[in-house]
Design a protein around this ligand. Structure first.
Ligand code: ATP
Ligand code: MG
Length: 237
């Protein structure tokens, strides 16, 4: 059984169908890339998967159980975590404080131990007592990713987590993703950086105007001239 299964998901905002019939499955320990032009509905898919926005129709199944339209806290509890395209940090709290605050409910006892692991994984141990506002943009993205890991989700949704991040910090992000994948975590990764997609994604969905217009390995997608020109707008060698 797939970890996550999405069937004919739809969501309209006024007259715009932002997500217009999206279906896909995510397998255990898979990294699935989602690419497509601005406004093609990628982040809205994440908002639907995490309950931030309710679907107009369609179904979302996590290990076979429907979670479509559930409240965000229930979906988080069921094991889906996500980063936001614009990091949602508590800027006046320390790095470590931000990790603790991400626990929200439940496992307080293990918070210090868990935070220490996350700080190590994200290379943030040296700045754990700094205010989040003092971090670089790249470090803030690492912290945003780290916050997601505090609740130990099975499915991790990353929304452009490496966008504009310095190569050194980007390598930290990629290392963390690989490490988590080897622990059996599954990922959906929205990304505009094709090199990153090529490096980590086993499979790629191409979205345009709310629909999945192509699906396959990076090589299959990149060799599809129609997809590359029409939907990516950038040449891929
Ligand atoms: N809450 C909302 N209310 C109204 N319109 C919305 C809302 N969320 C998304 N949209 C619209 O839905 C469409 C898809 O937006 P979305 O953010 O999902 O695109 P995206 O593929 O993530 O783009 P980008 O690459 O720029 O992040 C856009 O036209 C956007 O304006
Ligand atoms: Mg987006």
């Amino acid at each position: 059984m797939s970890v996550l299964e999405v069937r004919d998901l739809r969501r309209s905002f006024g007259g715009i169908e932002a997500v217009a019939g999206v279906s896909f499955a995510l397998e255990e320990a898979e990294i699935l890339g989602v690419i497509g032009p601005n406004g093609s509905g990628k982040s809205t898919v994440f908002n639907l998967l995490t309950g931030v926005v309710a679907p107009s129709s369609g179904d979302i199944r996590l290990r076979g159980k429907s979670i479509a339209g559930r409240k965000p806290y229930r979906i988080a509890r069921a094991g889906i975590g996500r980063t936001f395209q614009i990091p949602a940090l508590f800027t006046n709290m320390t790095v470590q404080g931000n990790l603790y605050a991400a626990i929200v409910e439940g496992d307080w006892k293990h918070a210090p131990e868990r935070a220490a692991q996350v700080l190590e994984l994200m290379n943030l141990t040296p700045v754990r007592d700094e205010l989040a506002s003092s971090l670089s943009g790249g470090q803030q993205r690492l912290l945003e990713f780290g916050r997601v890991l505090m609740r130990d989700p099975d499915v991790i949704l990353l929304d452009e987590v490496a966008a504009g991040v310095h190569p050194t910090l980007r390598a930290t992000i990629l290392g963390a993703v690989s490490e988590l994948q080897s622990q059996g975590k599954s990922f959906v990764v929205i990304e505009h950086d094709m090199e990153l997609v090529r490096a980590i994604c086993q499979r790629v969905l191409v979205m345009d105007a709310g629909q999945v217009v192509a699906e396959g390995s990076f090589e299959q997608i990149a060799s599809d001239k129609g997809v590359v020109e029409a939907y990516l707008g950038v040449p891929v060698e």
